[in-house]
Design a protein. Structure first.
Length: 374
């Protein structure tokens, strides 16, 4: 058994390649990264091996219970047991992480955990899309729709139950919360603008995804004829999705869709003037950007704001309780920032620190709001 795991853990092939090999049968290999000689004699190995083995065995028992049921209805007792098992397992992994952090065996341990639980977790439709990243990145518009719709789906009954767990995590709830929060924030700003200025209220949503927060605002707005919105995304399919949703309910807003690479735009490699706006917001882009890109993006947004215009940017906080799951299982790595770190970054931009920090109820997704002073 030790020889089997030694070969498995020494492979340095990307986890993406491993996932593809499960369906294609093709595997590519890179230069082996030798395991430490005493790896299988460490307490850490013994601990994680037992933890993963027990998790798999218990999950198999629960899977059999689900499939033994003759109806399509999932027994809530079994569902709750699956959720409890997942919570217990990932709590154990968080404790285990403290023991191996910054050690020579850390990467091998996470590779082992991933490869052992991959066939179970990836039965979830959401987890599968997050990991395989068909658009080349996590957090695409369809993933956001999965979170917003909150309708579990997956491979068999177990896949549906695991998907239900994925969609109920604090980070998933935070994304749903931010839709409501941003919609309310947009309404609050627009309510003020309509009283203090004439003409259209210009809104721009950058990396717009499915654009749900803007639609939610428009659905409840009684002055949509004043709203002129621009939605920008690198994914043309996301824009096509928005186009299909524009006339689902009655409104008089102008909505423009633009396909653009916002990283190149932020760096000035694309000389595209979007015009001046009262509100520019981006819910889920900057936690993929390093500090330099973050500030370049903020400064470019500043140049597209009217005087007294408002920029709102979202960023996940380091307190995200699902970080281990996202980092090591879904390979969904964000650049986490605290409120102080966000303030410090804005201090180095054209906003000069004139910002407000707020959060959705889970305290997982932070938001920075900056005002362009006259």
């Amino acid at each position: 058994m030790c020889q089997k795991f030694r070969l498995l853990l020494e492979e340095r092939e990307p986890l993406q390649s491993y996932a593809e090999s499960l369906s294609t049968g093709f595997r590519s290999y890179n230069t082996p990264n030798p395991l430490p000689e005493d790896f299988f004699h460490t307490r850490e190995w013994s601990s994680i091996h037992v933890m993963v083995r027990d998790f798999r065995q218990q999950m198999e028992v629960l899977s059999e219970k689900l499939h033994a049921q003759k109806t399509h209805i999932i027994d809530n007792k079994v569902r709750n047991r699956v959720h409890k098992l997942l919570n217990y397992f990932f709590y154990g992994l968080k404790q285990f992480k403290k023991r191996i952090l910054n050690t020579s065996i850390e990467s091998f341990m996470w590779h082992y955990v991933f490869k052992e639980i991959y066939p179970i977790i990836m039965r979830s439709r959401f987890a599968d899309r997050a990991y395989t990243k068909p658009k080349g990145y996590a957090g695409d518009y369809m993933m956001m729709e999965m979170l917003y719709q909150n309708t579990p789906d997956g491979d068999g009954k177990l896949g549906i139950v695991i998907d239900d767990w994925c969609l109920s995590t604090p980070s998933a709830q935070a994304v749903r919360n931010r839709k409501q929060l941003l919609s309310a924030q947009i309404k609050s700003i627009c309510d003020q603008k309509k009283e203090t200025q004439t003409g259209p209220i210009n809104i721009m949503n950058l990396a717009c995804g499915p654009n749900r927060e803007l639609f939610e605002f428009l659905y409840k707005c009684n002055y949509t004829q004043r709203i002129d919105a621009t939605c920008v995304d690198i994914d043309s399919q996301a824009l096509h999705f928005i186009d299909q949703q524009i006339n689902v309910f009655s409104h008089q807003a102008v909505i423009r869709l633009m396909n653009e690479n916002l990283i190149k735009w932020a760096l000035g490699k694309i000389d595209h003037d979007f015009g001046l706006h009262d509100i520019i917001y981006s819910a889920g882009l900057t936690d993929y950007l390093n500090d330099e890109l973050f500030m370049a993006f903020v400064n470019r947004c500043y140049s597209q704001l009217k005087d007294n215009g408002c920029l709102i940017i979202g960023n996940f906080a380091p307190t995200n309780p699902d970080r281990l799951f996202m980092d090591h299982i879904l390979d969904w790595r964000l650049i986490y920032r605290t409120a102080d770190e966000l303030k410090q970054l804005f201090q180095q931009t054209a906003f000069c620190g004139n910002v407000t920090i707020f959060s959705e109820p889970q305290q997982v997704n932070l938001f920075v709001q900056g005002i362009k002073k006259e």
